[in-house]
Design a protein around this ligand. Sequence first.
Ligand SMILES: O=C(O)CCC(=O)C(=O)O
Ligand SMILES: [Fe+2]
Length: 280
Amino acid sequence: MPAHDLLSEAQIAEFRRDGLLVVPGFYDAEADTLPIQRAIHQVIGQVMKRHGVADVRPPFSADRFDEGYQELIARDRAWGGDVYDAVKQIPDFLRLLSDPRHKELFKALRPGSMPGIAAGGFGIRIDNPNEDRFRAEWHQEYPAQLRSLDGLVFWSPLVRMTPELGPVQFCLGSHVEGAVPVFTRSNGDKTGAYALRLKNEPSLLARYTHAAPLTSPGDLVVVDFLTLHASGLNRSDRSRWSLQFRYFNFNDPTGLAHGWKGSFAAGLDFRQIHPELCAD
Ligand SMILES: O=C(O)CCC(=O)C(=O)O
Ligand SMILES: [Fe+2]
């Protein structure tokens, strides 16, 4: 599908201005998200089976695809880790990750680019109620992912967002800052990319209008690798499930210079590539 069928000129201009674009109904529920929700329901069943928990759940429904998950993590939080690691191996998830629409969208937003999928840069987040350890604090994607400076995060919810679920927050237009230096020293119990903290965070955040779009399954949120964003606080009684696909540009000068290296998920500390962005 050509790029001009996916986005209007106004949407492209909005993305350039804000470093953020919400595309309502980008995905097809039946073809794209329902198979993933169905497979998550089955994976939860497999994790129950693995731990000898009787599966007495009602049959699958899209609204309650994660039935049983809260009970699992209440019994043993590590079983939630089993689910988290397993769901990114769902064929329908990987099919959607590599769907040509992402490549076309990337080319529409980054003219002259050659899109690539960031290895280790995709997954399904499960933000559990009142759990802080895996919350993403204010960050830019680039230090956490590397690959290329002009990458894009494609983020899409699997549950309808409410203020209580803690939708992702964005600083509109903050991508104009370029790559912001970060402190890398330990940040409580957070590790890897989660431990990074922005230099001059309060004044940086105060400069921009914040937005926390209340999206629904099927909606797509496109985020510039340099836009400041943070997880909200989930104060509901349900986990916030969302898809993340990250694409980069093989034709970006910074990526060309370092060979499209990946960051923490690739076992590399970004400080080796960008010592100048380390504020410690
Ligand atoms: O979903 C979240 O809470 C954070 C998302 C995020 O930081 C990302 O997708 O890059
Ligand atoms: Fe992020």
